[in-house]
Ligand binder design. Structure first.
Ligand code: PEP
Length: 259
C-alpha cells in the first residue's frame, strides 16, 4: 500500500530563524513517531542544517528545493547532493516549474539532477505539469510525457526511490487548483507510463503527489482519488495552521487506505 506523503515547499521564504521556529512548532504539533504518513519540509538552503537538526528525532524529514548534479567543483552558487546529505536532507525537489520557467531548466538538466539525486541516495520529488495554454490546446498529456522522458535510462532499482509531483503550472500559487478529476486523470496516465517504462509493481508502488493551490479545504477531495498519494504544498505550507490541517487530511486519508 502506498504511504501518503505531504511535503511543504517553502520556496524563497523564511529566514533561518523563522524556519527554525516553524520547525519547532511543527515538531510539537506532530510528536508521534513513526507517523503513518511521510511528512517533509523543504526550507531554503541557508536553513537546511538548522531545520534538520531541530527535526532530528522526529518523524518529519527535510528536503531541499534544488541541487546541482556534480558532487563538488567550480560551480559558483550551486549546492551539491553530497552537501544536501551532509545538511540532513533526505529528499530533494527536482524540476519544479519555477526552475524550468525562471532558470531555464530543461528536461536534459532535470535528468542529470535526477540521476545524481538517486546516486546519492536522496528521494527526488520530480515535478511535471503543463502550462495553461498547453492545457487549453489539449496538449496536457503530450507535455507530461515529455517531462516523464527524464526517467528514461534510469535503472529500475533506483527508480523505486522516485516520487512524482503533478503540478499544473496554472494552478501553482494562483488559488485555482486542478479539480480532483483533472488531477486523477493525469495521475493515472503517469502511473501507466511508469508501468510501460519499468513494470507494474513499480508503477503500483509509485507515489504521485498533486501540487497547485492545495489548501485545507481541498485536500480531502484530492486525496480521496485513488491515484493521488499526497501533496506538494507551497503557499499553504508557510503557515502552521493551514499546513497542520493539510497534514491532518493526509493522516485521515491514510487511515482509510489502511482499513
Ligand atoms: C509549489 O510551489 O509546488 C506549489 C504547489 O505552490 P502552491 O501550493 O502555492 O500553489
Amino acid at each position: 500500500m502506498r504511504k501518503i506523503l505531504i511535503a511543504g515547499n517553502w520556496k524563497m521564504h523564511k529566514t533561518p530563524e523563522e524556519a527554525l521556529s516553524f520547525a519547532a512548532s511543527l515538531k510539537s504539533a506532530f510528536p508521534q513517531k513513526p507517523l503513518p504518513i511521510d511528512l517533509v519540509v523543504c526550507p531554503p538552503f541557508p536553513a537546511l542544517t538548522s531545520v534538520a537538526e531541530a527535526l532530528s528525532g522526529s518523524a518529519i524529514a527535510v528536503g531541499a528545493q534544488n541541487l546541482h548534479w556534480e558532487t563538488e567543483g567550480a560551480f559558483t552558487g550551486e549546492v551539491s547532493p553530497a552537501m544536501l546529505k551532509a545538511a540532513g536532507c533526505q529528499y530533494v525537489i527536482v524540476g519544479h516549474s519555477e526552475r524550468r520557467a525562471y532558470f531555464s531548466e530543461t528536461n536534459a538538466v532535470i535528468r542529470q539532477k535526477l540521476k545524481s539525486a538517486l546516486q546519492h541516495g536522496l528521494f527526488p520529488i520530480v515535478c511535471v505539469g503543463e502550462r495553461l495554454e498547453e492545457r487549453e490546446k489539449n496538449r496536457t498529456l503530450e507535455v507530461i510525457e515529455a517531462h516523464l522522458s527524464v526517467f528514461q535510462g534510469i535503472e529500475k532499482e533506483r527508480a523505486k526511490q522516485v516520487i512524482v509531483a503533478y503540478e499544473p503550472v496554472w494552478a501553482i500559487g494562483t488559488g485555482r487548483n486542478a479539480t480532483p478529476e483533472q488531477a486523477e486523470e493525469v495521475h493515472a496516465v503517469i502511473r501507466k507510463h511508469f508501468q510501460e517504462m519499468f513494470d507494474r509493481d513499480l508503477a503500483e508502488d509509485l507515489r504521485i503527489l498533486y501540487g497547485g493551490s492545495v489548501r485545507p479545504d481541498n485536500i480531502d477531495a484530492l486525496l480521496a482519488r485513488p491515484d493521488i498519494d499526497g501533496a506538494l504544498v507551497g503557499g499553504a505550507s508557510l503557515q502552521l495552521g493551514s499546513f497542520q490541517k493539510i497534514v491532518q487530511g493526509g493522516l485521515s486519508r491514510m487511515k482509510v487506505r489502511v482499513s
